[in-house]
Design a protein around this ligand. Structure first.
Ligand SMILES: NC(=O)C1=CN([C@@H]2O[C@H](COP(=O)(O)OP(=O)(O)OC[C@H]3O[C@@H](n4cnc5c(N)ncnc54)[C@H](O)[C@@H]3O)[C@@H](O)[C@H]2O)C=CC1
Ligand SMILES: CC(C)CC(=O)C(=O)O
Ligand SMILES: [Mg+2]
Length: 346
């Protein structure tokens, strides 16, 4: 048994975030490594009680943990963007989570809507840039509320930011069997940002001769996700395109309840944060209907990131076995968590 222990900050957040995090922690506390958790009350409840989203002192404290586990944030009672920007994106930006790692993998026994595809065909990793692009909040509105309103939302792409995420993606592709990396962008229209991404991609490709490369515009990539997902191995793309593509990825790989992610700081200058791809799902919150599998797989990614590879492997196997047995059966949040916990307990 690994004697190292993990100091984990937990942000359950809003809606189903709290429900799925409970199940993720059940599995984590059973799988092996010793874990000390501290829960942070951040999200809609705190916003209404105090007006706070992410106090500076809390952000400073979060830097001292080995990792962060997040459920989801966002609630219909809070104006759109407040929790998403001031809490979630502030965490990603300030902790320099420049890689948003999102595997898209169809497990055996899971139903995909793609009639012609099976598990071997859907096995890719999307490396989404996490700190730049159109998500920085730059832009503004002129003559707001008038018929002459002009709203802008700018996309930021720095040479440093683009290079580091593309380099990470090349390294990731080099470590996989197929060794294929696809750049997804919209270089035919977004000519300034696209030019930087394409030039950087081509320059770095020369350093990775063993990696096969190609390029796909994001509109065509969206089509190929549902018509020929086997085209893709590793994808590197910007923050917005990666956000959208990975919801499509979730849909083809069995649904949003299975899609895991990591907001990774590869330089380890701050803790990385792991969370399901989905949001707070207010439409099903409090009903025990949320599938916690995405969060449990995200816990596996967290353990892998911290070097607990045996425990990470145990979670992936337990999830695979559970999904194979579960098939299309509808089970409650806690039942799924209990079943996977029982499997990791052996
Ligand atoms: N990382 C985060 O914290 C994210 C937060 N959000 C926020 O979440 C709120 C809701 O956003 P939506 O666009 O509705 O996206 P969503 O991902 O919360 O929900 C979309 C649909 O998927 C279903 N769904 C989501 N997770 C599920 C699960 N584990 N099991 C079963 N079904 C599941 C929901 O019931 C809903 O019908 C918004 O405030 C949004 O800004 C959205 C995405 C990511
Ligand atoms: C809520 C957004 C800020 C993020 C999002 O949709 C995502 O990261 O998938
Ligand atoms: Mg999203």
């Amino acid at each position: 048994m690994d004697s190292r222990s993990i100091r984990l900050a937990v942000i359950p957040g809003d809606g189903i975030g709290t429900e799925v995090v409970d199940e993720g922690l059940k599995v984590l506390q059973t799988v092996g490594p010793k874990v000390e958790t501290t829960t942070y009350d951040l999200g809609a409840r705190r916003y209404h009680a105090t007006g706070e989203t992410l106090p500076d002192a809390v952000l400073a404290e979060l830097r001292d943990y080995d990792a962060i586990l997040l459920g989801a944030v966002g609630d219909p009672s809070v104006p759109p963007g407040v929790l998403e920007r001031e809490l979630l994106l502030r965490l990603r930006f300030d902790l320099d989570h420049y890689v948003n790692l999102r595997p898209v993998k169809l497990f055996p026994g899971v139903t995909t809507p793609l009639a012609a595809s099976g598990p071997g065909d859907i096995d890719m990793v999307v490396v989404r840039e996490g700190t730049e692009g159109p998500y920085t909040g730059a832009g503004g509105a002129m003559r707001r509320g008038t018929p002459h309103e002009i709203a802008t939302q700018e996309s930021f792409n720095t040479a440093h930011g683009v290079e580091r995420v593309i380099r990470y993606a090349f390294d990731k592709a080099r470590g996989r069997d197929r060794k294929k990396l696809t750049l997804v962008h919209k270089t035919n229209v977004l000519t300034y940002a696209g030019d930087l991404w394409a030039r950087t991609f081509d320059r770095l490709a020369a350093e990775y001769p063993e990696v096969t490369t190609d390029y796909c515009h994001v509109d065509a990539a969206s089509m190929f996700f549902v018509s020929q997902p086997e085209r893709f191995d590793v994808i590197v793309t910007d923050n917005l395109f990666g956000d959208i593509l990975t919801d499509i990825g979730a849909a083809i790989a069995g649904g949003i309840g299975l899609a895991a992610s990591g907001n990774v700081n590869p330089d380890r200058t701050a803790p990385s944060m792991f969370e399901p791809v989905h949001g707070s799902a207010p439409d099903i919150a409090g009903q025990g209907k949320a599938d916690p599998t995405a969060t449990i797989l995200s816990v596996g990614m967290l353990l892998d990131h911290l070097g607990f590879t045996d425990a990470a492997g145990a979670i992936e196997r337990a999830v695979a076995d559970d999904l194979a047995e579960r098939g299309d059966a509808v089970r409650s949040t806690s039942r799924i968590g209990d079943d996977i916990t029982a499997r990791v307990a052996g």
